[in-house]
Design a protein around this ligand. Structure first.
Ligand code: SF4
Length: 252
């Protein structure tokens, strides 16, 4: 089993910040609705299994008509479905967000709780959504772990985990709390740009020498995640972990 390695988080945050610039790296649906915990909550539920651009468009339309729990709880189902259609799974999502709005009204007086355990009792709310509400809605330290954070934490060698839930628990133990909120959006940004799921561009990466996967790939040794290891080609040389698709592989 590959060991975890200690990470210099200050150095990592500093380098990624310089590399990507000092912009606001929150995705638009979180940035535009920040400081409104209700809209962060509903926007994050809509963001499940869709692209950010779809969530941005649907959130803007939905909140223009139904900006709070009281209005969304009373909203006609058909209209909600139409407004969020772009996010996919719109029947299920419409039901979830209206149930969520009703629960907020009946159990929390229309307010979104500031407590992780209470958030997790709401319909459609899992650990990532609950943590997003804390971080982006309330500015409270939280640990939203999506696929990017899960993958990169494992590639760095900071954790050795199988699920985002396990990664959240591990990062809560090892990552000092002052880094929780500043690191999250820039790690997501890194996952969308250089440290992609397939074929991370380690040769361009500003944190290569802090990363167990980057160091291992450069040295040609085993990486923390088996799926990031170079494959052996027929002639015994190391090939890319995820070979470029050819016409024949595309047909399979
Ligand atoms: S060195 Fe490679 S694997 Fe490590 S963070 Fe950078 S792009 Fe990702």
């Amino acid at each position: 089993m590959t060991r975890t390695v200690p990470i210099d988080w200050e150095e990592l945050l500093d380098r990624l910040s310089r590399f990507y610039g000092s912009g606001d790296w929150r995705v638009p649906y979180l940035r535009d609705h920040a400081e409104d915990p209700f809209q962060v909550l509903i926007g994050t539920i809509l963001s499940q299994r869709t692209k950010d651009a779809n969530t941005d468009a649907a959130s803007a339309k939905l909140f223009a008509r139904f900006p709070d729990a009281a209005s969304l709880a009373r909203a006609p189902t058909r209209e909600v479905e139409r407004l969020i259609h772009a996010t996919g799974f719109y029947h299920v999502k419409a039901r979830k967000i209206r149930e969520c709005a009703r629960e907020l009204l009946t159990r929390f007086d229309g307010q979104v709780p500031r407590d992780l355990e209470q958030l997790l009792t709401l319909p459609g709310v899992g650990p990532k959504t609950a943590n997003c509400v804390l971080v982006f809605g309330y500015g409270i330290p939280g640990m939203p772990v999506d696929t990017h954070v899960h993958r990169i934490a494992n590639r760095l060698g900071a954790v050795r985990t199988r699920t985002p839930e396990d990664t959240e628990a591990a990062l809560r133990r090892i990552l000092p709390q002052p880094y929780w909120n500043p690191l999250n959006p820039i790690i997501v940004q890194h996952g969308q740009n250089l440290c992609r799921p397939r074929g991370p561009r380690c040769h361009e990466c500003p944190i290569l020498d802090l990363c167990a996967t980057g160091i291992a790939r450069r040295a040609g040794t085993a990486t923390p995640r088996p799926e990031d290891r170079a494959r052996r080609t027929a002639d015994g040389t190391a090939g890319p972990a995820h070979p470029r698709r050819t016409r024949s592989t595309l047909r399979k």
